[in-house]
Design a protein around this ligand. Structure first.
Ligand SMILES: Cc1cc2nc3c(=O)[nH]c(=O)nc-3n(C[C@H](O)[C@H](O)[C@H](O)COP(=O)(O)O)c2cc1C
Length: 326
């Protein structure tokens, strides 16, 4: 197995893994590698950078995921990201949305491994941090056995040694992005074979991993796991990651909540709306007495104008009996 830097990753998720979410996740695990939402190279180059890719050093290690297909633009965006301090730059070769297809990036790049190789080469030449790829196993009528190997060959030739592989195809014709996360069947065995064929590569498996037990089983076959929806919807599971996979002392959920209260109290005066931060906590107490009332109180009150820290404290007060002292 390769180094442990990608042993446990939280997937990039647009509108979900924003900087506030990542602070919450980092309070729950010091060791998981966190990913940003995908940001297009053009947005990084031309947009409001602080708003789009600004982050708190506390989130480290955190990888910036870029979308695009023009080598020079991606290289420029990667350089900007590296200057911001990201520990890795990742290229999205997996997103299936129409908006992304019309821009000729994301999953449709599975058809253009040489172009992806050119992108990677340009990005790698522009930065000293690792450049990695997140891809599917193929799109539409491609044979994954061929398409995935072609993608890996082009990228490894360009210097990539770490791949996060969402172990299902994207069907670009006829399925919504949401359906494309569930409908095409998973093929974990293909990803395992790819690892066996390429022992020097760091292969991170993604897609449909529902628990830490499942994650542990995958780790016997590949270098790392990447969890998306389940980590977002039940973030308390992240509090077990450091102990279970890295042999380190686990942070407690209650300590993490204390830390997040502190973060929220620092960000509110900067003008960050309460709900932008608390929305990432809605699943945190899943299964604990009072969790439903916690969730409802936040959903109903955190979006109100001027909502302050007391809304979060009042929501926490519904949790019994081991709740954090708010
Ligand atoms: C709301 C949402 C947004 C997503 N946005 C991105 C994205 O920006 N970049 C990306 O590579 N994948 C994105 N994905 C896909 C996830 O990274 C992941 O590959 C997928 O959800 C499968 O993993 P899971 O079954 O553990 O959720 C997104 C998924 C969700 C649910």
């Amino acid at each position: 197995m390769n180094g442990s830097s990608h042993r446990f990753c939280v997937a990039p998720m647009m509108d979900w893994t924003d900087r506030h979410c990542r602070v919450l996740h980092r309070l729950l695990t010091t060791r998981a590698l966190l990913y940003t939402e995908m940001v297009t190279a053009e947005a990084v180059i031309r947009g409001d950078r602080e708003r789009l890719i600004g982050f708190d050093p506390f989130e480290q290690p955190v990888a910036l995921q870029l979308g695009g297909s023009e080598p020079l633009r991606l290289a420029e965006a990667a350089r900007i990201g590296a200057d911001f301090g990201y520990s890795e730059i990742n290229l999205n070769v997996g997103c299936p949305s129409d908006r992304v297809q019309s821009g000729r990036f994301g999953a449709c790049l599975m058809r253009e491994p040489n172009l992806v190789g050119d992108c990677i080469a340009a990005m790698s030449a522009a930065v000293s941090v690792p450049v990695t790829v997140k891809c599917r196993i193929g799109v539409d009528d491609q044979d994954p056995e061929v398409a995935l190997r072609a993608m890996l060959a082009a990228c490894t030739a360009a210097g990539v040694d770490t791949f996060a592989i969402h172990a299902r195809k994207a069907w670009l014709e006829g399925l919504s992005p949401k359906e494309n996360r569930d409908v095409p069947p998973l093929d974990y065995e293909l990803v395992y074979r790819i690892k066996r064929e390429n022992p020097a590569l760091s292969i991170v498996i993604n897609g449909g991993i529902e628990s830490l037990d499942e994650a542990e089983r995958h780790m016997e076959k590949v270098d790392g796991v990447m969890l998306g929806r389940v980590a977002y919807q039940s973030p308390a599971m992240l509090a077990e990651v450091d102990a279970r996979f890295f042999g380190e002392a686990p942070p407690s959920v209650d300590d993490a909540v204390e830390g997040y209260l502190d973060y929220v109290s620092r960000k509110l005066p900067e003008g960050v709306p309460l709900n932008a931060m608390t929305r990432h906590m809605l699943g945190l107490f899943h299964g604990r007495p009072g969790a439903r009332l916690f969730r409802r109180h936040l959903s109903e009150n955190a979006t109100k104008r001027g909502a302050g820290l007391s809304v979060l404290r009042d929501a926490l007060a519904f949790l019994a009996p081991t709740r954090v002292a708010a």
